[in-house]
Design a protein around this ligand. Structure first.
Ligand code: SF4
Length: 87
């Protein structure tokens, strides 16, 4: 599968963490880190509405990355690794 920047949902705020188009709107991320995720009703997806600003928020973000059922929360580092592995 080709990994392109277009898979990053457009509503994500600029920054290191983001969600991708595969998000199915399960709401787990917003339950764990409500300060950092918001819902986009039209597409039934969640997006990063605020990048983590404290160690606590960073920790919650890492938990969401590990536990998102379809791996739809990414960091730039993961994005680059996946892009490399798909070449
Ligand atoms: S946990 Fe993953 S699949 Fe569920 S809403 Fe958040 S980003 Fe989407």
């Amino acid at each position: 599968m080709e990994m392109t920047e277009s898979r990053r949902l457009p509503n994500n705020v600029h920054g290191k963490y983001y969600t991708i188009e595969e998000c199915d709107g399960c709401a787990y991320c917003a339950m764990i880190a409500p300060e950092n995720f918001d819902f986009h009703k039209e597409t039934n997806t969640y997006f990063v509405s605020k990048q983590p600003a404290t160690p606590e928020e960073e920790e919650l973000m890492q938990q969401v990355i590990e536990d998102c059922p379809i791996d739809a929360v990414r960091t730039d580092v993961q994005y680059l690794e996946l892009e490399r592995s798909s070449e």
